[in-house]
Design a binder for this molecule. Structure first.
Ligand SMILES: Nc1nc2c(ncn2[C@@H]2O[C@H](COP(=O)(O)OP(=O)(O)O)[C@@H](O)[C@H]2O)c(=O)[nH]1
Ligand SMILES: [Mg+2]
Length: 367
């Protein structure tokens, strides 16, 4: 076993020099900013370990591992190669933290792949590195630390209406086509019909005639009440009229960027009635920056929760939890398809974490 430090102006250069000297199979023990006393040798230090210097490498493929772990050499080399690849890829990312263990670098890479906001991905990876220590081979420890860190950054709240209130009132707001009406019908089935709670569906969507008709038809099929309201005042009256109902769900017009003004009165009404639980409905397949813009734009409604649809249309859930982390708003429900009501599920941290940080064996199998 040969352990050696390589210094250079960049991590990449130090790595390149190290692999030239020790061979491409060399294992990275550590990469960090050089200590002050070694700064004259180069800004970064990469510590590499090799089983033996190249050339002298023995052909005893099933001899004990280089660290004396008893692991067959071939498997050890394959593992080192994966770690090197993974570290190289993540180090080439502009937001990658300078010094990460392999395990933390792999976590960073998985998070970036899930399109988690890079600053957040970097913080999670660093926290995982700090918890698991610099030692390699502690994949589970680092992963558990990363999971705990992710879970501490966002919340879920899969409830409708104020908990404990005699009647539950919820409104769905969001951009056109985000899935408000479809989700509202799913919620009516699960939290109304299935929970034996008398429900009424209210449509405040008077901009598109067909939109209200769609909800009216669903209400008829489900056998629940339906009201179309044109103004916040009419909404107020409808809420009063249906005060004995256990569940009231309010559908709202999908407001495009240029239409936000038209929704100002409704927004003001919902924002000032805390008994109405407003969920902002967004498509998980939207670009991350567009999700952030939509969240900021719909803040006039003061939505309490975020509800994501179209999980079936994206493999990258990073933006979903990054947005929950950024805003501090809990995730309520997740929709992953058009089936009513099967494709609606309560948001759980476990589900989100499983999607953004696939298990080691699963990501390996897929690679
Ligand atoms: N694939 C998929 N389609 C969805 C999902 N949720 C809603 N949709 C579909 O998206 C389209 C627009 O939904 P709609 O509820 O009318 O959007 P709204 O304008 O926000 O009311 C409809 O065809 C829905 O069936 C989902 O989770 N996955
Ligand atoms: Mg609609």
């Amino acid at each position: 076993m040969l352990v050696k430090s390589f210094f250079a102006a960049t991590v990449e250069a130090a790595l390149a020099e190290g692999s030239r000297e020790l061979g491409p199979e060399a294992l990275i023990v550590q990469s960090r900013k050089a200590l002050p006393e070694a700064q004259h040798l180069g800004r970064y230090e990469v510590v590499l370990a090799a089983a033996q210097p190249p050339g002298k490498a023995a052909a005893r493929a099933d001899a004990g591992g280089p660290a004396g772990t008893g692991e067959p050499l071939a498997r050890e080399i394959a593992r080192m190669r994966r770690q090197l690849d993974s570290l190289r890829r993540s180090l080439s990312h502009p937001a990658a933290p300078a010094a990460l263990s392999f395990e933390a670098a792999e976590i960073f890479e998985a998070l970036v792949e899930s399109e988690t906001e890079t600053g957040l991905a970097s913080e999670i990876a660093q926290a995982a590195a700090a918890q698991a220590g610099p030692d390699s081979g502690k994949t589970t420890l680092a992963r558990d630390a990363a999971i705990a860190e992710i879970e501490s950054r966002f919340t879920v709240d899969a409830t409708l209406g104020r908990e404990g209130a005699a009647r539950r009132i919820a409104a769905l707001v969001g951009p056109p086509g985000s899935g408000k009406t479809a989700t509202l019908v799913k919620l009516a089935v699960v939290h109304g019909l299935a929970a034996r709670r008398p429900a009424v569906l209210i449509s405040a969507d008077t901009y598109r005639i067909a939109a209200a008709d769609q909800l009216r038809s669903y209400a008829a099929i489900l056998g629940v009440g339906f009201e179309l309201v044109e103004t916040p005042r009419a909404l107020d009256q409808a809420l009063d009229l249906h005060r004995a109902k256990g569940l009231i769900l309010i559908d709202t017009p999908g407001l495009a960027v240029a239409e936000m003004d038209q929704g100002a009165d409704l927004a003001a009404y919902l924002a000032t009635h805390p008994e109405i639980d407003t969920h902002l409905v967004l498509s998980a397949s939207m670009k991350s920056a567009d999700i952030t813009r939509a969240v900021d734009r719909f803040e006039i409604f003061k939505p309490a929760k975020l509800l994501f649809t179209r999980l079936d249309e994206t493999g990258a859930l990073g933006p979903v939890w990054s947005e929950a982390a950024r805003t501090g708003k809990p995730l309520s429900f997740l929709s992953a398809g058009q089936s009513i009501p099967e494709d609606l599920e309560p948001a759980t941290q476990r589900r989100i974490v499983d999607l953004v940080l696939p298990r080691e064996d699963r990501s390996r199998a897929a690679a």
